[in-house]
Write a protein that binds this ligand. Structure first.
Ligand code: ARG
Ligand code: ZN
Ligand code: CA
Length: 249
């Protein structure tokens, strides 16, 4: 009634060793993190600098629920963005109703230590649509790998899935638009745990960077907010008229 959309999530766990066969409890811990971060009830959102307080998203009115878990053993050692991951006849697991469920594949390891990747709405054939995350970065607690051990890789990747670019734009050149006017223009990613304020320059203009936004590359413990414009972009994706309206229950 208040316009909240609850997205059903299917986890496709393609594991090599038992360590990668992430438990149901850890998958639920990931859902719990998503619900906190997307409702703005994560405890660390209070660390938002006052400079950015006015543009904090608060509740995005997007929620998640664990719909189903599918598991399969595979001997693949390193996954590339690889269609075989999405094919049951090969070494992977086919998506479950990708227009109606957010499919998240969990793999043992990706090329170059990639934490995860995702597709923007309408940019990939339905069978491959969704999010991929390496096992050490899913959920919280035992088996996760610091400094990406608080479930924020999924918060970030689901942001992409809901049409949010990085703060520096979709190209690696940086200083491009992210289509949210309330996030400062940025020349590129920040890493680790930067200290506020951090000024960086685009086209000769120095701006205080919103490195604590989920769409930057800082450590899990250093990212804790979306903005109002980002919330609006995500809501437009799951709206009745939006490209992912099939996720509505
Ligand atoms: N590098 C990945 C991407 O661009 C994910 C970054 C996630 N960051 C994190 N602190 N978990 O999609
Ligand atoms: Zn990203
Ligand atoms: Ca912006």
């Amino acid at each position: 009634a208040d316009g909240t959309v609850e997205i059903p999530v299917v986890f496709n766990v393609v594991y090599k060793t038992t360590a990668d066969n992430v438990s149901d409890a850890r998958l639920q811990s990931q859902i719990d993190v998503l619900n906190k971060d997307y409702s703005g009830t994560n405890s660390d959102v209070n660390n938002t600098p006052s400079e950015f307080a006015a543009v904090k998203a608060g509740d995005t009115k997007i929620r998640f629920r664990l719909e189903k878990v599918v598991r399969k053993q595979s001997n693949t050692s390193i996954w590339n963005p690889d269609e075989n991951l999405m094919k049951s006849a090969s070494t992977g697991i086919a998506a479950t109703s990708p227009n109606n469920y957010l499919n998240i594949w969990i793999v043992n390891n990706m090329t170059d230590g990639t934490l995860g990747y995702a597709y923007y709405p309408g940019t990939i054939t339905a069978a491959l649509d969704g999010v991929v995350i390496a096992a050490p970065y899913i959920g919280t607690g035992s088996g996760t790998s610091a400094p990406y051990n608080l479930g924020r890789t999924a918060t970030h990747e689901v942001g992409h899935y809901l049409n949010l670019p990085h703060l520096w734009g979709s190209s690696n050149t940086g200083c491009q638009t992210d289509y949210s006017n309330d996030t400062p223009v940025s020349p590129g990613p920040n890493f680790g745990t930067p200290s506020y304020p951090l000024y960086r320059t685009c086209s000769g203009v120095s701006r205080s960077q919103m490195f604590m936004n989920y769409m930057d590359y800082v450590n899990d413990a250093a990212m804790f907010m979306f903005t109002t414009n980002q919330k609006q972009r995500m809501q437009a994706v799951v709206a009745s008229s939006g490209p992912r309206s099939g996720l509505r229950v």
